[in-house]
Unconditional design. Sequence first.
Length: 426
Amino acid sequence: MNSEINISAWHREREGGDAAAKIFNFQNLYKAYISCRRHKRNTYHAAEFEVNYESELLKLEEELQDHNYKLGRSICFVVKEPSLREIFAATFRDRVVHHLLYNFLEPVFEPIFIDHSYACRKDKGIHESLKYLRLYLRKITKNYHRKAYFLHLDIKAFFMSLHKQTLFDLISKKIKNPELLWLTRIIIFNDPIKKFVSKGNRLLFKKIPPYKSLFHVPETQGLPIGNLTSQFFANVYLNKLDQFVKHKLKAKYYLRYVDDFMLISDSQKQLEEWRSAIILFLKEHLQLELNPKKQILEATDAGIDWLGYIVKPNHILIRRRIVKTLKKKLFQMNQMLEKYFCATANGQLLLSPFVKDPPLETIEKMLATTNAYFGHFQHADTFRLRTHLWQNRFGKLKDWIEPKDDTLECLQIKTDFLERVGRAGG
């Protein structure tokens, strides 16, 4: 292709032993773009970028190599689930740069992370942490024949409390490449409140406590929630805590997911001592403090609330809040689908069950949402729950989707609907 020839010629002209070109080159940016696109391809900004991705990547390459790159305007909004949180979403263009930096930093830090931190890491995640939590419980209780205790802790407003200079110092101890440090500094010390556009219900911003908002914390601290780099930086920052718990406190059974972490012991007194040591360590080394409202020390047989699951000795349940949220979403979906059904005449539904089909994209989004919840439910003992939800809460949605099989682990779009919209067999 002519574009490929032009790009190669452009590279030969720019590259000439330039240190920046070895990091910020088209190949590395293209790899970052593909990784970023994998998660954000259906968004408007991703589609806009994709139309001219070659020229967009070349612009980024030039800006980065010349040190003229500046972060763009973030989109600020508030999400209500699982709790009110302020989000500063970077532009797709900046997300590509985030992935570029992550691709260089992750291989350096991954070997020094402990095995049992589970957020934003390959082959980890919530469900892997759940598996090891159950394994820990079986080991320490001798298959639930002995008493054991757990200490569940949470860091108060972690992303807003994180100190930027401390984070940068932690990274600069492992990363010596000046180009990577230059870009790392730009991303860490960026203040998104100086350049953003708000979206959604603005009244929700007033409901967020000041200590949980970038608008109210000092400029020297806080990272925007929702970006890949912020998630990765959380692991870098809290790695010091992980090392302290594992190698100084010698805690054998310890798990962490972002700022949620848990220790398990057969001694309640030992857990209390560990908590005191952790409080002191966080204050002296990371300028953080525990959330006073989220410190749970109980016997393991009482059930452990961990990342949306209730882990009991012989079974796993789903938190009621998550089930309630799905029921609410299903109700909203059915309200949206109401307009595709015929109006009633004297209280009687007209003969035709519906006027027209909704757009395929609408049903696909609804299917993705419900399957995400059902996928989460698969890791707990929830067959009866899934059956109940399907029979009693899906309502009109059943006209367009159906269970893939009798296990009710996954749903799919009905074939006859796909045929009507010309997507059968697709």
